[in-house]
Design a protein around this ligand. Structure first.
Ligand code: NAD
Ligand code: DAU
Length: 353
């Protein structure tokens, strides 16, 4: 079986569902259930014996040792993190604890477990660390996309904490020989994404006739990767990646934020027309994110060349699926929008006129 961390979050939950569907190998899913973790994402697995959910913290060394000894996984896939840049600006502490100290505890536990494995299992074991393109910093319009050899230059507390975790993973391979794999991917979008992130925030605000808050001039560029494509890439990296290597994963979809928002609005105009006017009229420019990275772009040539992976979705197909998913899953949406989410919207947007 495999052990994954953060499997109740956006990408982790998509991965668990995809993995059980495509591979079918049992999964132990360790997740703290922070505001971003959501058991509803995994509701379809409630009676599935291949999914064992454990609520707990990756910083809990005793729990990690017990889980590894009990379940004896052949691989550990690490998705758990504090993942939202704006939250890292307002409160970096949890990012240091989970992304740096938590990853350290996980590496320690994995090393202890792996060292005790028989030789054949030891060489087959993998520790796959899911990271981000934000570790590379920001690109000017004319600069080439990030490759695996681009120097690290993280700009937000979130990016710095992920960069630190990448360095720890690298060191555990280099120093102790732990068979690690690291993937650095671009902005994911798709089903089950918590609506603090750009695309679900825009879809859900537009559906409620609320303003669509655009930071700065809206011309920051991101590369958009459909989450299903990301899951397929991770499966491939786990299957055939070279221990110690890193792989950049991108969607080949560089877009300005305004392009993304106009596309979402145009799809909603078709699927849920307003009585009067169109959704793009809700766009409102607001104060910029401090230290806002201007452009991210990924050169995904290595994973295509070495592992034969490339994205299947274009932005046009992926965004249409995504908007439709939010329209068709109103019960999930209502539950996510209640409670703590409202506090976040108050904190992040009322202070940013
Ligand atoms: P998310 O915020 O939706 O989910 C994170 C999950 O981790 C949640 O279920 C949460 O409960 C869990 N978690 C948080 N702290 C924990 C702890 N201390 N112990 C155990 N579980 C804990 O994040 P996501 O968007 O699914 O991102 C998953 C991973 O992918 C992260 O490592 C993130 O840095 C990386 N990543 C995300 C994107 C993106 O666009 N979303 C892009 C690149 C990389
Ligand atoms: O690049 C990968 C990263 O992508 C991941 O590592 C992070 O976990 C993930 O959150 C994401 O980070 P971003 O900061 O790029 O994503 P976010 O959805 O927060 O913002 C995308 C862009 O949209 C960014 O330029 C900021 C802008 N934005 C965002 C929000 C929430 C707005 O203009 N208005 C908003 O309200």
């Amino acid at each position: 079986m495999i052990l994954i961390t953060g499997g109740a979050g956006f990408i982790g939950a998509n991965f668990v569902l995809d993995w059980l569907n495509v591979v079918g190998e049992p999964v132990v899913n360790l997740d703290k259930l922070t505001y971003a973790g959501n058991r509803d994402n995994l509701a379809s697995l409630n009676n599935d014996p291949r999914h064992i959910f454990v609520q707990g913290d990756i910083g809990d060394a005793a729990l990690l040792a017990e889980l590894l000894q009990t379940h004896r996984p052949r691989a550990l896939l690490h998705f758990a993190a504090e993942s939202h840049v704006d939250r890292s600006i307002l409160g970096p502490d949890a990012f240091i604890r989970t992304n740096i100290e938590g990853t350290f505890q996980l590496l320690q536990a994995a090393k202890a477990y792996w060292s005790g494995l028989p030789a054949a299992e030891q060489s087959a074991f993998r520790f796959l660390h899911v990271s981000t393109d934000e570790v590379y910093g920001s690109l000017e319009a004319h600069e080439p996309p990030f490759s695996e050899t681009t120097p690290y230059a993280p700009n937000s507390p979130y990016a710095a904490s992920k960069a630190s975790s990448d360095h720890l993973v690298r060191a555990y391979h280099h120093t102790y020989g732990l068979p690690t794999l690291t993937s650095n991917c671009s902005n994911n979008y798709g089903p089950y994404q918590f609506p603090e992130k750009l695309i679900p925030l825009m879809i859900l605000n537009a559906l409620r006739n609320k303003p669509l808050p655009v930071y700065g001039d809206g011309l920051n560029v991101r590369d958009w990767l459909y989450v299903g494509d990301h899951c397929a890439a991770i499966r491939r990296v786990l299957e055939a990646g070279q221990p110690g290597a890193t792989y950049n994963i991108g969607g080949c979809n560089e877009k300005t934020n305004l392009d993304v928002i106009h596309t979402v609005c145009a799809i909603l105009d078709q699927l849920r027309p307003m009585a009067d006017g169109n959704h793009a009229a809700l766009i409102q420019f607001i104060k910029d994110r401090p230290g806002h990275d201007r452009r991210y772009a990924i050169d995904a040539a290595k994973i295509e060349r070495e592992l034969g992976w490339k994205p299947r979705e274009t932005f046009e197909t992926g965004i249409r699926k995504t908007v439709s998913w939010y329209l068709e899953n109103s019960a999930w949406v209502e539950r996510v929008l209640s409670g703590d989410y409202q506090n976040w919207i108050q904190t992040n947007y009322t202070a940013r006129p």
